[in-house]
Design a binder for this molecule. Structure first.
Ligand code: FAD
Length: 537
């Protein structure tokens, strides 16, 4: 059996090495158009920033090493130009010699990855993208001589580049056309990330369209010119589907190669994996693009299993992702509220802001968590976390809960590790379960920060149940203050009609709603309290 693999990094190399472990006799050819295989794309920003000192650390394997250990025929600077499905061949160009040749295959694995989306604005040729080691070398050299940089796009790679160029000592501006950083998050969860970047001296320009790139500036739609010795374009990626399209393989609406659960394309002799392949969205069951390293590695392995005839079923994707930026972590899994609202799904929301570990143990930092729940089934639809500590761990637990089909209320019963320096006896994930259970059993009603204006327009009174000192330090305009501990005594003096209660993070507000509803009042708690409202408005 001869297997040709196109693309020699995450998905392609996982397929190649797994295949060798399964079949010692297969002839395995890996064709990679770049200079390197199996490199650490996810480490590239940190090499540019100097966090990873040795460039060699990004290149764990050479073609020679892969031959010695796995007997893989790895051909770098070779590019597949065309696929002939009838003859079962690929046309390959050797970029070293300039010679084209034809290679036969019994099975073909496509793992060409994704390419950067580069908007066509004047001067864009000065912008650098970061996809591989050669790009990293270019940016690394350019950054050595630059004092100012503009990063276009505030997604995961944009944020990592902003962090690393800032760490390197450049004055950095981050330009994003959306009204928030990190579009996979909801705005009230992303706002603290933008505030954190600004607090560290990164200029964050939101809702800003790039008009043109000049010799030493980036000019925005409002006419302002942002100094830019270096411009990095991080405006998203799209699948490299051209080769597959030309070969007549089915592509989905997003340009990804259509595959079945065993990663077979519309031609069963051809598998596709990684960024170039469509995945199945775990929430909707529909095709989706998830350009992340975990799915690429997993799919490479599964494609090899499928080729040797093992029954294979790829996991549906939640798009679980995490990014660190200047000491703050943001992580996400599943759908966000924006997407649920657009899709017209019925959902419930929980925001909590607990300390990441027991508050009595030194150094407890706040953690913001958001959970999205199916209003009909209590199923978990998505989650987001932002904090300096413990955010990734909580999202991983929630992603696992989603994969296991747990309901939101089930989170209260999870048996999670606890010692004061790591968490709380009621872990933040358990706390999400408590609130979800309250909502499911209608023990408490909540309103969201963006529903507040409508609730007040309908006649509701806003009741702040924090202490007078907290109230004086900053409150939602128009609120009246009755501290929780004086609520029972103050009952007679409260205005008539519906009450919306809030506290700092939602917990005292929940107790207040219980007291008030026991006294016959129509009441709801502002979910996530003052903190969520402040981040959202
Ligand atoms: P790739 O790893 O991109 O490999 C595709 C290879 O195919 C390329 O080397 C390309 O040269 C080659 N190729 C393309 N066309 C041809 C052809 N015709 N002939 C021969 N070779 C061809 N993901 C995370 O989950 N976490 C992270 O922290 C993270 N950080 C990232 C940071 C950066 C800077 C980048 C660029 C990506 C990051 N990713 C991260 C995404 C992750 O690296 C990708 O999802 C993953 O590498 C996809 O694997 P792949 O095999 O599909 O494609």
């Amino acid at each position: 059996m001869k297997v040709v693999i196109v693309g020699g990094v995450a998905g392609g190399m996982s397929a190649a090495t797994r295949l060798r472990r399964l079949d010692e006799n297969a002839e395995i050819v890996v064709v990679e158009k770049g200079e390197h295989v199996s490199f650490a794309n996810c480490g590239l920003p940190y090499y540019i920033g100097g966090v990873i000192g040795a460039r060699s650390a990004l290149l764990p394997r050479s073609p020679e090493g892969l031959w010695e250990r796995f007997a893989l025929d790895v051909r770098v600077r070779h590019e597949v130009l065309a696929i002939d499905r009838t003859a079962r061949t690929v046309t390959v160009r050797n970029h070293r010699s300039g010679v084209d040749y034809v290679e036969h295959w019994d099975h073909l694995v496509l793992s060409m990855g994704a390419e950067a989306v580069v908007p066509s604005v004047p001067g864009v040729e000065r912008a650098r993208v970061l996809r591989d080691v050669a790009d990293a070398d270019t940016i690394f050299r350019a950054a050595e001589h630059a004092r100012t940089a503009v990063v276009i796009g505030a997604g995961f790679i944009g944020l990592e580049m902003a962090e690393n160029l800032h760490t390197k000592g450049l004055s950095v501006a981050l330009v994003e056309q959306a009204g928030q950083v990190l579009p996979p998050l909801d705005p009230e969860m992303a706002q603290p990330v933008a505030a954190h970047l600004r607090a560290h001296g990164v200029a964050v320009r939101l809702g800003a369209r790039v008009d043109r790139i000049g010799p030493d500036t980036v000019v925005l739609g409002d006419g302002s010119a942002v100094p830019a010795d270096l411009v990095v374009m991080a405006a998203g990626v799209r699948p490299r589907g051209d080769l597959a399209r030309a070969a007549g393989l089915a592509l989905g609406p997003g340009g990804g190669i259509v595959v079945d659960a065993s990663l077979r394309t519309s031609d069963p002799r051809i598998h596709a994996v990684g960024d170039v392949a469509e995945k199945v969205d775990a929430v909707s069951g529909k095709p989706v693009l998830i350009p992340l390293a975990g799915p690429a590695n997993r799919q490479g392995r599964l494609a090899a299993d499928s080729i040797v005839g093992s029954p294979v079923r790829d996991t549906d994707g939640h798009g679980t992702a995490v990014v660190g930026v200047l000491g703050l972590t943001a992580a996400v899994t599943g759908w966000n509220e924006k997407r649920l609202r657009t899709a017209g799904r019925a959902y419930r929301v929980v925001h909590i802001h607990p300390p990441a570990h027991a508050s009595y143990y030194p150094g407890a930092a706040p953690l913001s968590l958001k959970l999205l729940i199916d209003a009909g089934t209590d199923g978990i639809l998505g989650a987001q976390a932002v904090g300096t500590e413990g955010a990734a761990r909580r999202i991983d637990v929630l992603a696992t809960a989603m994969a296991g089909g747990l309901r939101a209320s089930d989170l209260l019963g999870l048996d999670l590790a606890y010692a004061p320096q790591y968490g709380s006896a009621k872990d933040p994930v358990n706390m999400l379960g408590y609130v979800a259970d309250n909502l499911a059993s209608v023990t408490t009603a909540t309103v969201q920060w963006h529903e507040l204006d409508a609730a007040r327009a309908a006649g509701a009174t806003l009741l702040d149940v924090r202490t007078p000192d907290e109230f004086a330090a900053g409150a939602i305009p128009g609120a009246i203050n009755v501290p929780l501990d004086r609520l029972r005594q103050s009952m007679a003096g409260l205005p008539p009609g519906r009450l919306i209660v809030y506290c700092h993070a939602g917990q005292r507000g929940h107790t207040a709603t219980r007291v008030l509803s026991a006294h016959g009042r129509d009441v709801a708690n502002l979910d996530g309290g003052f903190l969520t409202w402040q981040a959202g408005v």
